[in-house]
Design a protein around this ligand. Structure first.
Ligand SMILES: [Ca+2]
Ligand SMILES: [Ca+2]
Length: 269
């Protein structure tokens, strides 16, 4: 494939010893720990793509992470390369489209990954690929039934009353202004809307803040009653954004904040 037709044109970083000098990550391919090195490389590359707002990224030549400012469009345009393909997994076996393990391309060959954008999550089965933030005080918890404190938190989820939801537990060791964030990549169509349900019951409720790539789209503080409420809003723009739910603790333990039934969907004007 000619470089001009490459779907992912930009090398984000490489672990291959100063390839063209500027993009070296400071780390080297670890052939002795290849089995653990490769999945870890895929994660680092996914993070680099995520940070630049891309959902496509590729691993090439065993230790290179490729992405592109136009990768989403380019990959849709050019798709897969035809002809000889060579990609290998962490046991150096051949990979294909159906491989479920981490894979890399050999020289001049991207093995392309797609970060799956959120469409709908009711938290009943799992957390749908939401990521717990590490640069906060604590984590959101997935729970079924009542939270462990009385006079705060829901007694069941919003979906059916019997399923799971996510919440921040405000009891000890939490103190005021402790925060927990979970995020998911979303893809905006230009007609996208966000809908989610929240439960903010208790005399010490702090704040629930929802951001889209940093911009605040919802913020509410204090007791909202012992009920699930639903919020919906239009999301302007197109392309990839990072949707983040941030729960912030109030001034005492009656401050459990819960969310459920998060949905990104197309809404006509
Ligand atoms: Ca649920
Ligand atoms: Ca966290």
């Amino acid at each position: 494939m000619k470089p001009s037709e490459r779907a992912l044109k930009v090398i984000a970083f490489e672990d291959r010893d100063k390839w063209q000098g500027t993009q070296h990550s400071g780390r080297m391919i670890d052939w002795t720990q290849w089995k653990t090195y490769l999945p870890e490389l895929v994660c680092r590359c996914a993070e680099a793509a995520w940070k630049s707002g891309q959902v496509f990224f590729g691993i090439q030549f065993f230790g290179e992470c490729w992405t592109s400012v136009n990768g989403n469009d380019n990959f849709a345009k050019y798709g897969e390369v035809s002809g000889a393909k060579r990609c290998e997994d962490s046991k150096l076996n051949d990979c294909n489209d159906l491989s479920t393990t981490a894979c890399t391309g050999v020289a001049n060959m991207n093995y392309v990954y797609q970060i799956v954008a959120l469409r709908e999550c009711n938290f009943d089965k799992d957390i749908c690929g939401f990521e717990q933030d590490k640069n906060d005080t604590f984590d959101w918890t997935r729970l079924q039934g009542s939270t462990r404190s009385v006079d705060t938190g829901p007694t069941g989820d919003n979906t059916s009353g019997k399923g799971y939801y996510m919440y921040i537990e405000a009891s000890q060791p939490r103190v005021q202004n402790d925060n927990a964030k979970i995020s998911h990549m979303v893809t905006l169509s230009g007609q996208s809307c966000l809908k989610f349900s929240y439960h903010m019951y208790g005399s010490n409720i702090g704040t629930l803040r929802v951001t889209l790539s940093g911009g605040v789209i919802f913020e509410k503080g204090g007791d909202q009653g012992n009920v699930w409420k639903t919020f919906q809003t239009r999301l302007k723009g197109t392309g990839s954004r990072k949707l983040t739910f941030e729960g912030i603790c109030g001034d005492d333990w009656r401050g459990d904040i819960a969310i459920d039934d998060v949905m990104i969907y197309d809404c006509q004007v």
